[in-house]
Write a protein that binds this ligand. Structure first.
Ligand SMILES: [Zn+2]
Length: 109
């Protein structure tokens, strides 16, 4: 069971109060992109056994979308943050690097 904290209203709850929205920080491809880039945007997703960044929505609360960083192996949630940013906050990345030495942020944008 995941325990998430909504960064907007501050409610901490089990994942059943939230709804997962897939991988975070995807680069949106539009009409001017080539076929390979558009295919990647539509169909290719990361599926790591470890640190992962995801979109979540607080469906039974404030209704807002946010991002969460968690470990898919241990289910440890490193933190949540606004969905209005294109990269995770540096303080959250530092927490992850402390807990998972050798891990590096890979900017997909
Ligand atoms: Zn909320």
């Amino acid at each position: 069971m995941l325990i998430l904290t909504c960064p907007y209203c501050g409610v901490t709850s089990e994942e059943t109060e939230f709804h997962g929205g897939g991988e975070a920080h995807l680069k949106r491809e539009g009409p001017g992109s080539d076929d390979q880039a558009f295919e990647g945007y539509l169909f290719h997703r990361e599926n790591p056994y470890g640190v992962h960044f995801e979109r979540w929505r607080h469906v039974y609360g404030c209704g807002k979308w946010f991002h969460a960083a968690r470990d898919t192996q241990t289910l440890e949630v490193f933190g949540t943050y606004s969905a209005q940013v294109t990269t995770p906050p540096e303080d959250l990345l530092a927490v992850i690097r402390d807990k998972r030495p050798g891990w590096q942020w890979r900017d997909l944008a």
